[in-house]
Design a protein around this ligand. Structure first.
Ligand SMILES: *Cc1c(COP(=O)(O)O)cnc(C)c1O
Length: 368
C-alpha cells in the first residue's frame, strides 16, 4: 500500500524515547546480558529500518520473524547479528548463509528435509529453539536437542545459541513461568554441547523476572514504550511510548436532532450537534470497533460517533473548531493522554495488535 503523504494523518516516532527505553531496561538487567532488539512486523509498526538504525550503537543484534524482514535490514546496511525467530524453509538456507542471517532450528524434520534436498548446511549459523511450554515451535526433550545439535555440528553448522519463550511472563501468577524456567534451565544444564548464547527473556521477563536472565534478552514491546501486560502488572520503572498518531479535521458541520451519521445510520443526534470528519479509517488500522471510543481535540476527549468507514471517521465536538484543527488519536494533548493500551482495552485486544495494525497508508515521521 502506498503511504499517503498528502493527508494530515501521520504517525510520529520519537527515536529518543526508543533509545531511552532500551537503556532503561539495560540498566536493570545483568551487565553481561546481550541485548537483541525485536523489530519484527516493521518494528511493531514503528518502522524497522529507522528503529534498527537508531538502536545500532546500543544493541548487540536484532530479531525478526522471517527471512524477508532480515533481508530488509541487511539491504539497509545493518551488519550486526540478525536472528530469525520463525522457521525458515530449508530451501532458503543458501540465501541466509550468503547474507549471514542466523536461523532458528526448532525440530528434527527440518534437518531431515534439508538433507533429503541435498542442501549444504555448512557455515550456516543457527539457534536451537526449545518448546518449554509455549506449545508453538521448538524441541520438547533433551534427547531431541542433543541429537539435533550433534547432527548440526556434524554438518558443520555453527550452533551459536539456544532459546525458549515464555507463555505467561506478563501475568501475576508465576506458576507456569516457573515450570517453563525450570524445564529450560534443566535442559540447558544437561546438554552434551552447550551453545554460547542462552536466552529466554522477552520484554515481560526482562521487566518482572530480571533475576532469571541467562546471557541475552530479546526486547520487543518495551522498546516501543508499552507495558507488555496491558494494565495487569505495573511497570517497575517508567517507559515512554514512542509513537503518536495525529490527524486534522477536514470538515465540520452542524446536524439537527434526529439526523444520523455514517453507514447503517447507527448514530442519531439527540439535539443539535457539531460533527467533524477525520481522514482516517479501518484501512489505516483505525478499526470499526473504535466506534464509541474517543480522540483528543484541543485537550478534550471527543466521542467517535457513527461507524468508522474505510477512510473516514466522525467525531462529536463540544464546540466549533475550524478545518485543519489538530486531532490526537494516540498521544498526549495538554493534561490528557490516549495510549495504545487504551485503544486495546476498547477493542478487547492487546497494545501490540493496535500498533501492528497501523497500516502502511499512514506515513511515519521520525523525531530525534
Ligand atoms: C515477539 C517475540 C519476542 C518479543 O516479545 P515482546 O513481548 O514484545 O518483548 C521475543 N521472543 C520471541 C520468540 C518472539 O516471538
Amino acid at each position: 500500500m502506498i503511504s499517503s503523504k498528502h493527508r494530515p494523518t501521520v504517525a510520529t516516532v520519537d527515536l529518543n524515547a526508543i533509545r531511552a527505553n532500551v537503556e532503561a531496561v539495560q540498566k536493570h538487567i545483568p551487565q553481561r546480558a546481550k541485548t537483541f532488539a525485536v523489530v519484527k512486523a516493521n518494528a511493531y509498526g514503528h518502522g524497522s529500518i529507522e528503529v534498527s538504525k537508531a538502536l545500532l550503537p546500543i544493541v548487540d543484534g536484532y530479531c525478526v520473524s522471517n527471512l524477508d524482514e532480515a533481508l530488509e535490514l541487511r539491504q539497509a546496511g545493518i551488519s550486526k547479528e540478525i536472528l530469525v525467530l520463525g522457521i525458515v524453509l530449508p530451501e532458503e538456507i543458501d540465501l541466509a548463509k550468503k547474507e549471514k542471517i542466523t536461523l532458528t532450528v526448532a525440530n528434527l524434520d527440518w534437518l531431515k528435509e534439508a538433507n533429503q534436498k541435498d542442501i549444504d548446511l555448512k557455515g550456516c549459523h543457527v539457534h536451537l529453539k526449545i518448546d518449554s511450554g509455549m506449545g508453538r515451535i521448538g524441541l520438547r526433550t533433551l534427547e531431541e536437542a542433543d541429537q539435533l545439535i550433534a547432527n548440526l555440528l556434524e554438518a558443520e553448522v555453527k550452533v551459536d545459541g539456544i532459546f525458549t519463550h515464555f507463555a505467561t511472563a506478563d501475568e501475576a501468577d508465576n506458576q507456569k513461568f516457573t515450570e517453563q524456567l525450570q524445564f529450560f534451565t534443566d535442559l540447558v544444564g544437561a546438554l552434551a554441547y552447550k551453545p554460547a548464547m542462552v536466552h529466554a527473556s522477552n520484554s515481560a521477563t526482562s521487566l518482572w523476572h530480571s533475576d532469571t536472565i541467562f546471557n541475552a534478552v530479546r526486547l520487543g514491546i518495551v522498546i516501543y514504550g508499552l507495558n507488555p501486560s496491558g494494565h495487569a502488572l505495573e511497570l517497575p520503572y517508567p517507559l515512554k511510548a514512542a509513537l503518536s498518531l495525529e490527524t486534522a479535521i477536514v470538515q465540520v458541520k452542524k446536524i439537527n436532532a434526529g439526523d444520523t451519521v455514517g453507514y447503517g445510520a447507527s448514530y442519531k443526534a439527540k439535539e443539535e450537534e457539531i460533527v467533524a470528519t477525520l481522514p482516517i479509517g479501518y484501512a489505516d488500522g483505525w478499526t470499526r470497533d473504535l466506534q464509541g471510543f474517543h480522540v483528543l481535540v484541543d485537550g478534550q476527549f471527543c466521542e467517535i460517533i457513527g461507524r468508522v468507514s474505510m477512510d473516514q471517521t466522525t467525531i462529536r465536538l463540544p464546540k466549533y473548531y475550524p478545518i485543519g484543527s489538530k486531532v490526537t488519536l494516540i498521544g498526549q494533548e495538554a493534561e490528557q493522554v490516549i495510549t495504545a493500551t487504551d485503544l486495546a482495552d476498547q477493542k478487547g485486544t492487546i497494545n501490540y495488535e493496535v500498533l501492528c495494525l497501523l497500516s502502511d497508508r499512514i506515513p511515519r515521521y521520525y523525531k530525534n
